[in-house]
Design a protein around this ligand. Structure first.
Ligand SMILES: [Zn+2]
Length: 205
């Protein structure tokens, strides 16, 4: 995921999930809120990251729980986006918040998202919670329009610019089994893969 703190514009908040603030790993949950499950994040090498997720069909209380747990897990890992395959669930479901939990209005739940329009190009460094410690420059659209369903199954459209557009594209890639490594040049990609292989041999991955 892109780093926090870069500029972005949220052009619509129609997708904003529940207004209740999510509990994070570092803060005591309010009495009225259930404690959040913090998922461990699946790392590169797990096949779940490289296969397309199944469409979300059931929009129920369980999905709402999953969304809030994913926000909590994402904040705990200091990410700005988290896709269901990254917690081992092969489904077309992701959460995004480029404010890192500072603004509850910026919480975006994406079920079955699709990019319907893209414009411009920005080359920026990008990372991924599933590939910790590695970053690389990836060209992404400057503006995107995404069509998705919210946690209740209601369709909506949202536009994103810069970091938000990048986060949408990165997360939607995850739902298609694509990692940012695939957008890098061959040399850079092979170097990262070699280093990960070495880390794995040393039991550090
Ligand atoms: Zn990622």
């Amino acid at each position: 995921m892109p780093k926090r703190g870069e500029t972005s514009t949220i052009m619509s908040d129609k997708s904003t999930s529940s207004k209740a603030p999510a509990a994070t790993a570092t803060e005591t949950p309010q009495v009225s809120l259930p404690p959040r499950k913090i998922y461990s994040i699946v790392k590169y090498g797990d096949p779940v990251l490289e296969k397309p997720g199944a469409p979300v069909k059931k929009f129920d209380a369980e999905l709402e729980e999953l969304a809030e747990d994913m926000f909590a897990s994402m904040y705990a890992a200091q990410g700005v986006g988290l896709a269901a395959p990254q917690i081992g669930k092969s489904m077309r479901f992701a959460v995004v918040d480029v404010t890192g939990g500072k603004n509850p209005e910026a919480k975006i739940v994406l079920a079955n998202p699709e990019v319907t329009h893209a414009e411009g190009e920005v080359r920026e460094e990008e990372g991924c919670l599933s590939i910790p410690g590695f970053r690389g420059y990836v060209v992404r659209p400057q503006f995107v329009t995404v069509k998705a369903q919210n946690v209740k199954g209601e369709p909506f459209e949202i536009r994103g610019e810069n970091l938000l557009a990048r986060a949408f594209c990165h997360e939607i890639d995850h739902l298609n089994g694509i990692l940012f490594l695939q957008h890098l040049g061959m040399l850079k990609r092979d170097m990262i893969k070699r280093k990960i292989k070495k880390l794995r041999k040393q039991g550090e991955w």
